[in-house]
Ligand binder design. Structure first.
Ligand code: C2E
Ligand code: CA
Ligand code: CA
Ligand code: CA
Length: 280
């Protein structure tokens, strides 16, 4: 038994080493990708009006394709970038990709819609965030209202007071602000009334349980009702089925984002499927 135990331990430590090696290799590759921009891109997922299903906006979602690792999920490389201290340059690269894309769409005579980018805590709490956004919009000559941000409750955590002037600053630049994954954080609801926020995105977990239980319906009704009272737009995330779409009709939900209405697409496909020409 003692012998086996030792073998188990050796096996375990061998695996740990391999995992650590893999992680380190991936970190090195990500560092290179961030510096060169190679393999990093943005997909765009439509947000549609619930009632008419017409396009109202899009969310920018980071994609990383590495020649050896293949496509790496953001659920994997975003946390890796955070641990490796790469989130700030990565976020900036993605922001510029989105702004440049919006500029190209404008130049091609396409009618652009607001695109929101996810900001992680490291990005949001940089000392020069507002300067960066001002420069970004100026460099790409973007009219106000075409770039928005999404923040999770955990980014704000117990720093809502410090966040208020920043959020007002972003709003003055014409950025829309959404609270992401709403309902999954530890937030007390009361902080919401002080924040200059445009929309609440109700987390997919609530949508998925819709119709299954009375309690999840009650939660959705309460959250959507509160958001409406506070004059936020309500976005339902992760709508996958027609049944969920039907059920949402009973709640004050403005916009829908999910596989049912549209998957995240590369820029070209998104433009082809979703963007219309400006009438002249
Ligand atoms: P998120 O911000 O909540 O983004 C929505 C995620 O749900 C996306 O996953 C999207 O592809 C997925 N999704 C959309 N509709 C459906 C649906 O109907 N069903 C299901 N099952 N999933 C749906 P993705 O692209 O893998 O991104 C995962 C997370 O990674 C994002 O969650 C966000 O937290 C983070 N992320 C992605 N891009 C960025 C970025 O540029 N910066 C930062 N900081 N985080 C990012
Ligand atoms: Ca998001
Ligand atoms: Ca979300
Ligand atoms: Ca999420």
């Amino acid at each position: 038994a003692k012998q086996e135990g030792r073998n188990d331990y050796r096996l375990f430590s061998h695996n740990m080493n391999r995992q650590q090696h893999q992680l380190l290799a991936m970190e090195t590759a990500l560092r290179y990708a961030v510096e060169s921009g190679e393999g990093l891109s943005v997909h765009y997922q439509p947000q549609v009006d619930r009632a008419t299903r017409t396009l109202a906006g899009a969310e920018a979602l980071a994609r990383w394709h590495h020649p050896d690792f293949g496509p790496v999920s953001p659920a994997e490389f975003i946390p890796l970038a955070e641990r490796a201290g790469l989130m700030v340059p990565l976020g900036l690269t993605l922001l510029h990709q989105v702004a440049a894309q919006q500029r190209r769409w404008l130049d091609r005579g396409l009618m652009p819609v607001p695109v929101s980018v996810n900001l992680s805590a490291q990005q949001f709490w940089q000392h020069n965030l507002l300067v960066q956004f001002r420069l970004l919009l100026a460099e790409h000559r973007l009219p106000a209202g075409l770039i928005g941000i999404e923040l999770t409750e955990s980014v704000l955590l117990d720093k809502q007071q410090q966040a208020i002037p920043l959020l007002y600053g972003l709003r003055e630049l014409g950025c829309t602000i959404a609270i992401d994954d709403f309902g999954t954080g530890y937030s007390s609801l009361s902080y919401l009334q002080d924040l200059p926020v445009n929309s609440l995105k109700i987390d997919r977990s609530f949508i998925q349980r819709l119709g299954e239980s009375r309690s999840s319906n009650a939660i959705l009704a309460a959250v959507a009702g509160l958001a409406r009272e506070l004059e936020f737009k309500v976005v339902a995330e992760g709508v996958e089925t027609e049944a969920q779409m039907q059920a949402l009709g009973r709640y004050p939900v403005d916009l829908v984002q999910g596989y049912l209405t549209g998957r995240p697409l590369p820029a070209e496909d998104f433009a082809r499927h979703w963007l219309s020409r400006v009438r002249c």
